[in-house]
Ligand binder design. Structure first.
Ligand code: UTP
Length: 288
């Protein structure tokens, strides 16, 4: 079955960016000249997604406005003959069909995803967390969709990290099926370096199936007080239900924390035709 829908849960508080995220969503923070969320939507669309379901919460209205038509702005750009900018603005609402559901309280990423279940129905769906940017030749979402098409069970997008970093992530253990595909047997949340079964971590891109929704719907909030997608996967693995992992090729730009956000800005800035030359010159000239 072709995957045509994606859920983007964006109802989190973005506490790691406070005070910047006090009155604006972290997903709207720009990398060069586009908000992070637009990169994610474009990645999904480039991977064949036609419907995007945002799970939003209080303070996230800017996301709806961004993917809506802005009549006044378009009129203004027409008057000023700013054709290129006009095209860039006009294409945004046409990227996909957009729907919005609210998560009344931030009770976890799994709880957020569950709010969209009635719009998904009985089909597999792509899930992208609001801070998981990937720069790759083949869009990261395409890579996990292809893995799903081969195996027909949930897929978790993976990246390898430095062993010292594993304690920040969900780390997988499993059976290697080919160069980049794993049958996952265990996910260890935020292990110490010593206890980590590998250096492969979940990055925030998933294919989930109706079974995952069924499990999420029955879950009560765990130790963290939240309903988390990672806990739903753990329940599935305990029941011996298959889950696959796909090590994504490309560069993971995790925009969820300050340092990596800066790195992502530099990485994509160095690819931007308008600023790359001057940015390179500036970086070279830094007397570090
Ligand atoms: P994160 O924990 O990475 O994002 O959640 P956050 O909560 O926005 O950021 P911090 O940790 O406070 O700095 C992963 C994804 O799940 C969404 C977030 O918006 C993000 O896209 N999420 C998380 C929800 O939609 N609802 C929640 O209750 C929790």
């Amino acid at each position: 079955m072709k995957i045509k829908k994606a859920i983007l849960p964006v109802a989190g508080f973005g506490t790691r960016f406070l005070p910047a995220t006090k009155a604006q969503p972290k997903e709207m923070l720009p990398i060069v000249d586009k908000p992070v969320i637009q990169y994610l939507v474009e990645e999904a669309v480039d991977s064949g997604i036609e419907e995007i379901i945002f799970v939003t919460g209080r303070g996230k209205r800017a996301i709806e406005d961004h993917f809506d038509m802005s009549f006044e702005l378009e009129h203004n750009l027409v008057e000023k003959h700013k054709k290129e900018l006009l095209d860039a603005v006009k294409k945004i609402p046409k990227l996909a069909k957009f729907s919005y559901v609210r998560q009344p309280e931030p009770l976890g990423d799994g709880h957020a995803i569950l709010q969209a279940s009635h719009l998904v129905g009985n089909e597999p769906v792509l899930v992208i967390f609001g801070d998981c940017l990937y720069d790759s030749k083949v869009p990261a979402s395409t890579q996990i969709i292809e893995t799903f098409e081969k195996y027909g069970d949930p897929v978790i997008g993976l990246s390898s990290v430095d062993k010292k970093e594993v304690s920040k992530f969900g780390v997988i253990d499993g059976i290697k099926l080919d160069n980049s595909t794993w049958e996952i047997k265990k996910i260890v949340e935020k292990p110490t370096e010593k206890k980590a079964p590998s250096n492969l971590v979940a990055v925030g891109k998933y294919i989930i199936t109706p079974t995952v929704f069924e499990i999420l719907a029955k879950m009560k909030s765990g130790k963290s007080g939240e309903i988390r997608l990672a806990d739903a996967f753990e329940i599935m693995l305990k029941k011996n239900k298959p889950i696959y992992g796909k090590v994504l090729s490309g560069e993971w730009l995790d925009t969820g924390n300050k340092l990596n956000f800066m790195k992502a800005s530099i990485h994509l800035g160095l690819k931007n035709p308008e600023i790359k030359k001057d940015l390179k010159k500036y970086l070279k000239g830094l007397n570090l």
